[in-house]
Design a protein around this ligand. Structure first.
Ligand code: HEC
Ligand SMILES: [Cu+2]
Length: 407
């Protein structure tokens, strides 16, 4: 009780100090409106845990500043006031047991004062019991998948920053690399348990305002929780270096009222039913191409590149006629599937092989299976797009029903 009271007080003082410091720095740096968004501390906490972490850091910071001022104050005073030129001699109090006991006991007490609230916070973080909602979070190279097992909803959340901004052809917007097509939607005022894992390599799911930063490790499920009290949009990132696209898999969470959450769940379910029924629809070529372009940008461009030109030695181009050089074993497999000529040039192999590759991936290579991630319509669209973009003109138009057969 007394500890938490001290925290609140010190945090109040520090907030004022921090605001002044920030203002002074802004003046010093000649900062204009461009840097108005710069902050000098954590993001505003919106869960009990995040708030506790925030106060802990203020407490630690306060303790460190006080120790720093006292230690350096004494040191500089001693150097100056007891200098040799004034005739001072080295002191002889080194054998003083009292002083030794004091300088052992004081740090010990400081450590206890810090360790007690820190341990309490850690224990609270681990306690995921009594949650009202469970969300499974799965890291992929390079996107997140969210599942609501009790609600029967699941979807991928992909970066939605336009490629033109990434390639410096357009100015970068405010949420550059921090925006996604489908944010995670959560209700406020309810304890939400996260079960976090990964499909390929280690990722880490981090939402600073929630005080949640949990490693996503293939084959393990780590747990964490949040009870959000302010509706809003919260942004985070993958925080475990997970390969080339690490910077391109942000986390975006929309916290809404419980009533809105229920509405959203119902809408999501209706969407899923509609997309399953879509297998029997016949799409126009124009619709397939435009949807395929979006599916390609979100799912394939990280490896095969947005222009389909791949990366020599690693990711094959998807343009017929392009030469591709790589390890002999890889070239042989591509030839075997009909995607490379004997002379080492890319060709668009048979449609069925193409669909199978996208559906099931290529085992033992980075080419992932998309059967769990993309609907039949998505796959029909992206394969139609590949076969008619990047300089390819096969004229093939693939319908969802053709994909359904191969699933
Ligand atoms: C994580 C990286 C990665 C992603 C994402 C990826 N691919 Fe691939 N893809 C590969 C690699 C690597 C190969 C070559 C595999 C081999 O060694 O045979 C490949 C091969 C292919 C091939 C056959 C080879 C060729 O030259 O045409 C096709 C077709 C293909 N990918 C399509 C896609 C489509 C469509 C998507 C998106 C829905 C996609 N890939 C996403 C890495 C990737
Ligand atoms: Cu990652």
């Amino acid at each position: 009780m007394s500890l938490s009271f001290r925290n609140e007080k010190s945090s109040g003082l520090l907030t004022v100090a921090r605001a002044r410091f920030a203002a002074a720095m802004a003046l010093l740096l000649g900062a204009g409106p461009a840097s108005a968004g710069i902050r000098w501390n954590f993001q505003t906490p919106v869960t009990p845990i995040a708030r506790q972490i925030y106060h802990l850091q203020d407490l630690m910071f306060g303790v460190c500043v006080v120790i720093f001022v006292i230690v350096f104050g004494v040191m500089f005073y001693s150097i100056f006031a007891h200098r040799k030129s004034k005739g001072h001699k080295p002191a002889t109090f080194h054998q003083s047991t009292t002083i030794e006991v004091i300088w052992t006991v004081i740090p010990f007490l400081i450590l206890v004062a810090v360790a007690v609230p820190a341990t309490a916070t850690l224990l609270k973080m681990e306690n995921t019991s009594d949650s009202a909602l469970t969300v499974r979070v799965t890291g992929y190279q390079w996107k997140w998948h969210y599942d609501y097992p009790a609600q029967g909803i699941g979807f991928f959340s992909d970066l939605s920053t336009p490629v033109a901004q990434i390639e410096n052809q357009e100015p970068k917007n405010r949420h550059y690399l921090l925006q996604v097509d489908h944010p995670l939607v959560l209700p406020v005022g309810e304890k939400i348990r996260f079960q976090i894992t990964a499909k390929d390599v280690i990722h880490s799911w981090w939402v600073p305002s929630f005080g949640v930063k949990t490693d996503a490790i293939p084959g393990f499920v780590n747990q964490s929780w949040a009870e959000i009290d302010v509706p809003g949009t919260y942004r985070g990132q993958c925080t475990e270096l997970c390969g080339m696209g690490h910077a391109f898999m942000p986390v975006v969470v929309k916290a809404v009222s419980q009533a809105d959450f229920k509405k959203w769940v119902a809408a999501q379910k209706a969407l899923m039913v509609a997309s399953a029924a879509g297998d029997n629809t016949t799409w126009t070529e124009a619709d397939l191409l435009s949807h395929g372009k979006a599916v390609f940008a979100a799912n394939c461009s990280a490896c095969h590149q947005i222009n389909g030109q791949g990366i020599a030695g690693t990711f094959p181009p998807l343009s017929a006629g392009k030469p591709f050089s790589a390890a002999p074993a890889m070239l042989q497999k591509l030839r075997h599937r009909g995607f490379l000529t004997a002379g080492g040039h890319v060709v668009m192999g048979p449609v069925k092989n193409h669909l199978r590759i996208v559906l099931h991936g290529i085992a033992g290579t980075p080419m992932p299976s998309f059967s769990g991630q993309l609907s039949n319509a998505d796959i029909a669209a992206v394969v139609t797009y590949e076969r008619n973009a990047f300089g390819n003109h096969t004229g093939d138009v693939i319908q969802p029903a053709q994909v359904a057969v191969l699933r």
